[in-house]
Design a protein around this ligand. Structure first.
Ligand SMILES: Cc1cc2nc3c(=O)[nH]c(=O)nc-3n(C[C@H](O)[C@H](O)[C@H](O)COP(=O)(O)OP(=O)(O)OC[C@H]3O[C@@H](n4cnc5c(N)ncnc54)[C@H](O)[C@@H]3O)c2cc1C
Length: 542
């Protein structure tokens, strides 16, 4: 048995090209052209789909090309159409998830789990390797508990940020949520499992996660932390439980299907005051980081700051050809002019103070002095009232919801291509300066724009580069793929690997973290999931 499993694992690694050259069964047909997982026959696939229908009903299983089409939509570069699922199944209960996982083991049908599947710029619902059936948990969307005193909640994966916000407002519960920029349509569980970020003091989402329920690859149900103790009242209150802390193993991984998650929610502060600091030049990068770092490390500024380049900001609400003519480079003079006309600097750093009248009044002068000395203009609602960018960021920093940033997808035309490149560095000015120079050099070589931001964490920088391209233009699509790979490779060579990446580059990034780490991940995978049925290829783990 194990020999068969190891063979299949190897075949999964070989992927679509290997499968074709080995003459293995594929799903290629007029109705369903996506290839099956390596080693699977059409009969296996049909058997699995039939069994899934028996669990969730025919209306919740999608197998033919038209029905699967919504699950194939991505914004990332995928010029060879490699990242295509072959089907989807939508359970509504934990028991159904367990049954689906058992069936997947029987037929060796791999499953790619999503919560709401809005991982835009990282792959949406597309799997890392071909032949997977999307395990779509959107129907499991119950808010199971909110504890207003403890500031905790317990959610199913399909709950959206909007749903949670509405629940708190409708029930008059004075707790905030913390949202990623695409909050209304995305899931707190899905985002946290991909270790996403938001912009209140609870912005490092996995840090504020507490307790999970997980369907393991053999169908068993496990609760982490205090969740397995009968009668415990602390599942959502105490993160660590006893013995090895395992919650992290279920993030950015393929070791289980998370069916419930606890999160901490921030009490609404009496005073919330958002700020924007405008810096006039691209060269101000290191000064800004050096000024912000002590404020972040000391938690005088408690939320994750966004330091937005003028080009990223303009791309949210403008089209590229409103700034420069089509085909012309996005030069600094034109950018500066457009930024100024819209009340923006070349860098725009957003943060907020949260507290009481007294604490905010005490901290504000310290921060103003520090940022003014860095050459920035410190602005508040008093000066920025009506500015759409200030409005967008001040909404985010109080856990508010909007979809303004989706405008990025139209920057270069209607084709909507976007791949996030997110290398990590320590929060030092010199590193940011070097990263910006390297990123500009690479993207401009391919004819793309440096539309980027830095998320200034507690001690780290996430450089967030939106590689924007027109996916409907085949040549541009191909170039975006090559550009992305060069970004990953050349940044990695400098010690700047990504904290998170799209399905198009999971293998590439995993290689950068080294063979010992990869072997460790693989050993856990093989022990938990000998048939390799959960999300093969996620984070490069087979
Ligand atoms: C304009 C724009 C702005 C964005 N801004 C942000 C931002 O500020 N912060 C941020 O973090 N992201 C951001 N994103 C990226 C992304 O859209 C969000 O992270 C979004 O929350 C992810 O989609 P989701 O919540 O539907 O998660 P899903 O797509 O459901 O899940 C993400 C991944 O987690 C894993 N997973 C999900 N559910 C489970 C489960 N139940 N069990 C096991 N594994 C699971 C899967 O691998 C899945 O692919 C942005 C995207 C765009 C286009």
């Amino acid at each position: 048995m194990s020999e068969i499993n190891m063979d299949r694992r190897g075949l999964l690694g070989a992927g679509i090209i290997g499968a074709a050259s080995l003459g293995l069964g594929t799903g290629a047909s007029a109705k369903n052209p996506a290839p099956l997982a390596p080693g699977l026959t059409k009969a296996d696939f049909s058997g699995a789909m039939k069994a899934f229908r028996g669990v969730v009903g025919a209306e919740w299983v999608f197998g033919d090309e038209d029905a699967v089409a919504p699950y194939t939509k991505t914004y990332i570069p995928d010029p060879n159409g490699y990242h295509k699922p072959v089907g989807a199944v939508c359970p509504e209960s934990v028991e159904q998830v367990q049954e689906i996982v058992r069936i997947a083991n029987t037929y060796r049908q791999p499953l790619w789990t999503v919560s709401t599947g809005k991982n835009m710029g990282y792959g949406m619902t597309a799997p890392a390797t071909p032949g997977q059936v999307v395990l779509d948990l959107k129907r499991m969307n119950r808010i199971l508990e909110v504890d207003a005193d403890l500031g905790t909640c317990l959610l199913e994966p399909g709950v959206t940020y909007q749903q949670l916000k509405d629940y708190l407002v409708e029930n008059n519960i004075p707790l905030w949520i913390d949202v990623p920029t695409v909050g209304p349509i995305a899931s707190p569980v899905g985002n946290t499992l991909d270790r996403g970020v938001g912009y209140t003091p609870y912005g490092e989402h996995f840090m504020f996660q507490c307790g999970m329920e997980v369907v393991l690859p053999d169908g068993q149900l496990m609760r982490t932390g205090m969740g397995s103790i009968k009668g415990s009242t602390a599942w959502q209150a105490f993160k660590w439980g006893y013995g090895p802390y395992v919650d992290g193993l279920f993030t950015q991984s393929n070791y289980g299907v998370v069916t419930k998650m606890g999160l901490w929610l921030m009490p609404k502060p009496p005073v919330y005051k958002p700020f924007m600091v405008r810096h006039p030049n691209m060269e101000d990068t290191p000064k800004i980081i050096e000024a912000m770092r002590p404020l972040r490390v000391s938690s005088l500024v408690a939320n994750c700051n966004l330091m937005m380049s003028a080009s990223y900001q303009l791309a949210m609400f403008k089209r590229r050809n409103e700034i420069v003519p089509d085909g012309a480079p996005l030069d600094e003079v034109s950018l500066k002019k457009a930024a100024k006309a819209n009340g923006l600097g070349m860098w725009n750093t957003y943060f907020a103070l949260y507290g009481t009248e007294q604490t905010v009044a005490a901290i504000e002068p310290i921060i103003r002095a520090q940022l003014t000395a860095s050459g920035g203009e410190v602005m508040t609602a008093a000066e920025m009232e009506g500015n759409p960018w200030f409005h967008h960021h001040s909404t985010l920093m109080e856990g508010g919801l909007n979809l303004d940033e989706i405008g990025l997808l139209r920057w270069r035309g209607a084709g909507g291509g976007l791949a996030w490149f997110a290398p990590v560095a320590a929060a030092r000015g010199i590193e940011a300066e070097r990263q910006t120079a390297l990123a500009k050099e690479i993207v401009e070589k391919y004819g793309f724009d440096y539309t980027a931001a830095y998320a200034i964490g507690w001690r780290d920088l996430h450089h967030i580069l939106a590689l924007l391209f027109d996916k409907s233009d085949a040549e541009e699509h191909r170039k975006a793929d090559a550009c992305y790979r060069e970004l990953v490779t050349r940044f990695g060579a400098q010690g700047w690997a990504s904290y998170r990446t799209g399905v198009n580059s999971m293998e590439l990034v995993a290689q950068q973290y080294g063979s010992v780490n990869r072997e460790f991940n693989a050993k856990i995978k093989h022990a938990l999931d000998p048939n390799g049925i959960l999300a093969p290829g996620k984070s490069g783990i087979m």
